[in-house]
Design a protein around this ligand. Structure first.
Ligand code: ATR
Length: 290
């Protein structure tokens, strides 16, 4: 994919940004620019590495420059939330923003991570989710996933985390509606695993090569899906689950669908008008060619 030079000659060119640290290996510019060029819009999406200290001035600079918006990624999603002058209810529940919009001279924050994850899961499982979800981890990604599970009123959600107090805080911040949210330790995971559940692995464990699985697994109920938010490499847990005949989904659908949801917000268009499949194909082609 190349951006045409003619596009860069246009004085009315608008910009979208990815702010994070690091951003050099992100697929977001590829995914977003594929969609923007398909839609024929005079908009480009650029990535900028930004330190924690520089984030406030970077965001205000983009606002001053008339940028259309930005994505914010690791490790700045919570800091970006604090910079916003208005936030959506879902971003407020998560305490983190991955999308910034510059509207009427003000910074508006939103969070499309949970919605992106959910769309990937519904692609795999259909609109009716299992009655139990086991969520490994209690960081920002786990909050986004749990928020979506609560939105779909999954009756029972169990959060497993190394630091139990963080899981307890997450549960008390998010608990709404009729779902039962509870906390358990990683050591208890295997005893909770049964045929009517969905397992979501949201931690960073498995990103590094040769890392041991986050939880030991010696049986996996047939048909149970393991959703991991890591993409582009198979984790030891995923390899183990696959060898036991389990179903897998990696983090690529979440990445692509949060991008599609972000673009719909910036363009103020319905999600159905965003070429999600084209974005997915661009990402898959890139990963296959590495
Ligand atoms: P993110 O926003 O991507 O979720 P995060 O907020 O830093 O990132 O959360 C990282 C998650 O990975 C947490 O659940 C963390 O567990 P703790 O809360 O106990 O720190 C988990 N995690 C990271 N490294 C881990 C490890 N070596 N073993 C177990 N859990 C780990």
């Amino acid at each position: 994919m190349t951006t045409s030079p003619e596009l860069l000659h246009r004085a009315d060119l608008r910009t979208l940004w990815l702010l994070g640290q690091p951003v050099g290996h992100s697929l977001s510019p590829l995914i977003q620019n594929s969609a923007l060029s398909h839609l024929g819009l005079p908009i480009v999406y650029l990535a900028a590495p930004v330190t924690k200290a520089a984030l406030p001035s970077a965001v205000r600079g983009l606002l001053a420059l008339g940028a259309l918006g930005a994505n914010v990624t690791v490790p700045h999603k919570e800091a970006a939330f604090e910079l916003c002058e208005a936030v959506s209810p879902r971003a407020s529940a998560m305490g983190a923003c991955n999308v910034l919009r510059f509207l009427d001279g003000r910074i508006h924050g939103d969070n499309t991570d949970g919605a992106g994850w959910l769309r990937g899961i519904e692609d795999a499982l259909g609109a009716t989710l299992p009655p139990r979800a086991l969520v490994l981890g209690a960081g920002g990604a786990a909050r986004a996933v749990a928020y979506s599970l609560l939105e779909r009123a999954v009756p029972e959600i169990v959060v497993f985390n190394r630091r139990r107090e963080r899981a307890e805080q997450m549960v008390s911040d998010l608990q709404t509606g009729s779902s039962r949210l509870q906390v358990a330790s990683l050591a208890e995971f295997a005893s909770h695993l049964d045929a009517d559940c969905l397992v979501v692995q949201t931690t960073s464990v498995g990103l590094q090569p040769n890392e041991a699985p986050l939880v030991p697994v010696d049986r996996w109920p047939p048909g149970v899906l393991l959703s991991e938010l890591i993409y582009g490499r198979q984790t030891a847990l995923a390899a183990r689950v696959q060898s036991l005949g389990g179903r897998l989904q990696d983090g690529l659908p979440m990445l692509v669908y949060q991008a599609a949801e972000s673009l719909a917000l910036w363009l103020e268009r319905p999600l159905a008008e965003i070429p999600s499949q084209l974005m997915m194909d661009a990402a898959r082609r890139h990963l296959a060619g590495r």
